[in-house]
Ligand binder design. Sequence first.
Ligand code: P6P
Length: 336
Amino acid sequence: MADRIVTIESHIYEQQRRFPESTGEFSGLLCDIALATKVISLEVNRAGLVDILGGTGTINIQGERVRRLDVFARDIMIDILQRSGKVCAIATEEDADIIQVPRDLPNGHYIVSFDPLDGSSNIDVNVSIGTIFSIHYKSGSDENGTESDFLQPGVKQICAGYVVYGSSTIMVYTDGSGGVHGFTLDPSLGEFLLSHPDIKIPERGRIYSINEGYECWWKEHTRRYIEYVKSEGDGRPYTSRYIGSLVSDFHRNLLYGGIFLYPEDTRDPKRPHGKLRLLYEAAPLALVVEAAGGKATTGTERILDLEPDELHQRVPLILGSRLDVEDYEAFCRGER
Ligand code: P6P
């Protein structure tokens, strides 16, 4: 007898019934995001066929070459969010400033930050990529949303999650009510089906994920921590796994246990806090990993407590199994 088939929509509305006072606006927004990622998944899986590989020739505000799929993913998310009637403003990795909802469309109380296609440099070589999203309730009084609405600590996120476009397309999210749930897209049905209910990350893993090519730029505490996990001893050496696609590295470590590190380094005095962004990479994944029993830190501060100064702020990001992250924090404090 097949297990009960649970679509993401039925799961979302089942969760909503736990909050009798809810209006259904949040549930509808999350369903809209699921719809957008289904459309993106279709295009990602066809990219090699419909010649939308290769760049657009433009450069985004991060100074990175924009791939056509990036643009497509951004446009789909913005179009669906703006027409949802639940959002008043949007921030994306591809845009320097926030995007408000056109005046001729209804807007709502939520703001959404997202990285439309993280790991996009892997598109042309068929390595899995992903979308990361974060939902806050707007904090200000301006019904059209302002940049300051986005500068809230991650602990205030209403919901956060990601989609991995890999061997299959999986959407994972937490709505802060404690659970982390994964849904696998059944392409024949065009439905996300509950495949990973109530995900919990192992307390300790045996995987570490860091770009070892940058060792010459690591700070001393990072160098000594990596030396430690590579040394023989109690369950060590760990296995090194690094895809170079944050959502894929994170998703694997969430299910198997382990630690992902993109630490601050000494390569560029103008960029002392590493590469990853707080609003639409670190904070959403931090909400997911903590809801699954793990931890997310800069090395010295809890990611979810950070008060953003600006939309595209970069932060060191170390997250995964609780005991592994705590080991790293001890090295940062000089206790190990
Ligand atoms: P590096 C992809 O460009 C990305 O933003 C993340 O998906 C990934 O974890 C990281 O950069 C990889 O960066 O410097 O190791 O190539």
